[in-house]
Design a protein around this ligand. Sequence first.
Ligand SMILES: [Zn+2]
Length: 368
Amino acid sequence: MMNHLAQILCAFVFASIFYPSVQASANTFTAKPVRSGDTLISILAKNGFSMRDREVVLRSSAGLRTLFLTLDTQYLVRREKGETELRVFDSQTSAAFKILKNADKVSAVSYRPDYKITLQRIEGRIYGSVLGSVLSKVNSNFVASRFTDAYAFDLKSGKHLKRGARYWFNVQKKYESGHFIKYGEILQTSLEVDGQDLRKRFVRNNDGGVFFNADDLLEKRPLYAPVNYIKIASAFQPNRVHPITGRRQPHLGVDFELPAGEPVLAARKGVVVRYGNNHAAGNYIVLQHSNGMETAYDHLYKIDRKIHQGLRVNAGEKIAEVGCTGYCTRAHLHFAVKKKGRMVDPLFYIKSYPYHMEEQLEARVAQN
Ligand SMILES: [Zn+2]
């Protein structure tokens, strides 16, 4: 009993020392978790927005129509004196919206939340898959897959995890008006691989950031990452079987999930051998490199105007923007590599960072 009380008191003291402003402004908003099946429309309906109100909201701000909600996030509700305010936050991007309804009008505007950010340390051991083990500790697909992404390249290079391997990481938690809204980036990671703690840090650049360990610079990999931020939505699966039709439907590349409009970068110096548009790939570009490899970039939103057959491009040069053309349900880059006429798993051949980060990362290693 005594012990319990002491713990509660300590937690309270801790909270009031570290989050004074968070506590002070917590009174007006209530946080509601996004639940399974929730959409912006269902959230509006639950909070007293009529069908007509909902139409007005959707017309007010274009970004609201593509708002992406996940179960590890919350939204805010304030109700007072005949006025209802909702604050909703996109899970994947920085987009956020204030939606207001009172006797006079219904409106919605995008805004930039002033998040308070804290770091949470999560630790455990790997039993079974990395993703499943982390998910059992933190109920967020985003966080668990981010941690997995940090090691995707290492686990492709023949390094092995033993049962019970230890891991830990520090992840950002974002608060607004005193309430948890969503997880941010994982900043430091550690995973026991082949009996050693393999640590990574998230290194930011202007357009994104990568998980990095000094050894990554020594990797003998011929290609650079084609994007500034590596989030793997789907891996190379030559024997994938469609879960419903049972038909064999191989996935011969890696899908990097990024918001539409993010730059797509040449993975190595090369020549444009094909580009255009087709039913499945959408807008695509294929580059041929002097080492005999070919790299393909699919579902592009925009192909840069300069692109034409025979154009020479440098490593890291922007050639297009991420999109969702062709067979695609969510913006991503499908990136494929052909070696000696065969499709190969790109994660064996690309570095974990784009070309333009090499100098920055080398400098960082030199400092340490
Ligand atoms: Zn794909």
